[in-house]
Design a protein around this ligand. Sequence first.
Ligand code: DX5
Ligand code: ZN
Length: 229
Amino acid sequence: MKAVNVKAHRTIVSASLLSADLSKLEKEIKKAESAGCEYIHFDVMDGVFVENISYGLPVLKAVSNISEAAMDVHLMIVNPLKYVKAFAESGADIITFHFEAASNIADTIAAIKSLGKKAGLAIKPRTPVQSILPYLEMLDMVLIMTVEPGFGGQSFIQDALTKISELSEMIREKGLSIPIQVDGGINGKTASKVIKAGASILVAGGYLYHADNMAKAVNSLLSCTGEAT
Ligand code: DX5
Ligand code: ZN
């Protein structure tokens, strides 16, 4: 099993395959790894919870076999509990599901952890952070969406910054050390802002895969001090 570091307060970059050239997946994954991405972000969309349909279990199995990086699976699907075992068996290291998609949140977190995987809970831009409070102690990661889930290449929603700060404060008050992941519209500019607000795991798709030099783009995220400009 891969060692997954989800310690809070150290910046980690997770490359979203949604913006990769899917006809060259192995090359695109190796490129992200050598550019300094510790995680590969794998977006699963079912056409029900979100408009779009992406890829699923067989593709995860193939990419997890050829990658050294941790498989950071973001489930944008209804009824995630039904599928967590299959995703774990297909190579997921972190399994994040949506608060809005599940009625049995505590059971879903427990199922992920019983499979020996890290459990993340995601919220959409209009879902208040307070929704997560009852589950905080059980979680290995919280994902604050910084765009509406469903598509890559959207613009960062500034209002998410307040939510990141609030959640960061809630985590501190409880004496916990849970990393906050952000996903959507992350680039050299928005990264400083989210880090300043308290995020440490940065998902980026377009910014990395459309860059002329991916290593430089990753470094621009990793070198952000959190001093927003
Ligand atoms: C959107 C996905 C994201 C997406 C981010 O629903 O969850 O992971 O790939 O893409 P960028 O970084 O291009 O906004
Ligand atoms: Zn995602």
